[in-house]
Write a protein that binds this ligand. Structure first.
Ligand SMILES: C[S@@+](CC[C@H](N)C(=O)[O-])C[C@H]1O[C@@H](n2cnc3c(N)ncnc32)[C@H](O)[C@@H]1O
Length: 270
């Protein structure tokens, strides 16, 4: 039996695929060099020598990162809630003549995947689609091998639910309480998909704030050692009230990389 969170996410992402939204469009012009630059592993301190490495693209369907990893020789599994997104991975893989495995499911339950079976778990923006990130971290800790890596890109919790639309002539108004699992929503940006009058009905995102302490303590508690953190920011001199200006003032995303080192933090309270 699927819960409301599952149903909402599945339905919304199937609608986004039907609307050919950003993040559902496969990358079809990659070569090895572009794939390397696109993934940016060097910046994260993760080796891009991927031949034979087992990579899990978690909630990462759409035919972008999966094929980039496969072009670099990785053995790729894509796990995603949306069959439409996974179909895009399969057609992108066919385009390049590479093999990938696709598995449909909810990131809160990775029981379809074996213990300690991945060298790298690559998790693009999606963590805030579920209420409690700790459930996901527990599953990731189970499927990644000891010494393996976990890359996570997620909403910057301080600005969850806030966009450039909240410009008040002077700044961006923060109104929502800073609490874990607080549900939030906001209209999709106009560049996410084309709104034709007879277009597809896509419901707004429904997200849940994960505070920084829950993210960091959740990772540490599962045995992940933080190795990299970036607050993704915009450029300079942008027009106040624009998305670029908003990004400059309130970095909307975080990128984290961790290594799975269970046991290495034991005794830290002694
Ligand atoms: C913003 S997209 C990220 C993927 C994309 N490859 C990219 O370039 O960033 C978010 C993905 O999360 C998936 N998703 C949403 N809720 C999920 C859940 N509970 N479990 C697994 N996947 C989920 C969606 O189907 C979608 O493919």
């Amino acid at each position: 039996m699927h819960d409301d969170v599952y149903r909402y996410n599945e339905e919304r992402w199937q609608a986004l695929v039907a609307a050919d939204a950003l993040f559902t469009r496969p990358m079809l012009d990659l070569d090895k060099e572009k794939a390397r630059a696109y993934l940016g592993l060097e910046k994260l301190g993760i080796s891009d020598n991927l031949a034979g490495r087992k990579v899990l693209c978690l909630a990462g369907g759409g035919g972008q990162q999966s094929v980039a990893f496969a072009l670099l020789g990785a053995d790729v599994t894509v796990f995603d809630i949306s069959s439409g997104q996974l179909e895009r991975d399969r057609s992108a893989a066919e385009h390049y003549g590479v093999g990938i495995r696709t598995v449909q499911g909810d990131m809160r339950d990775l029981s379809a995947l074996d213990d300690s079976s991945f060298d790298l778990v690559w998790h693009p923006y999606s963590l805030t689609f579920v209420p409690d990130c700790r459930v996901v971290f527990r599953e990731v800790a189970r499927v990644v091998r000891e010494g393996g890596h976990y890359y996570l890109m997620c909403a910057n919790p301080f600005f969850s639910g806030l966009t450039h639309d909240s410009w008040n002539g002077d700044g961006y108004t923060l109104k929502q309480p800073y609490t874990d699992e607080a549900a939030t929503s906001y209209p999709d940006q106009e560049w996410v998909y084309d709104r034709k009058p007879d277009g597809h009905l896509v419901r707004e995102p429904r997200e849940y704030r994960q505070t920084l302490s829950r993210i960091v303590n959740g990772l540490v508690g599962e045995g992940f050692m933080l190795t990299f953190l970036l607050e993704v920011q915009g450029g300079r001199d942008a027009e106040p009230g624009s998305w670029e200006h908003f990004m400059m003032v309130a970095p909307p995303w975080l990128e984290l990389a961790c290594q799975y080192r269970p046991g290495s933090l034991e005794g830290r309270g002694d």
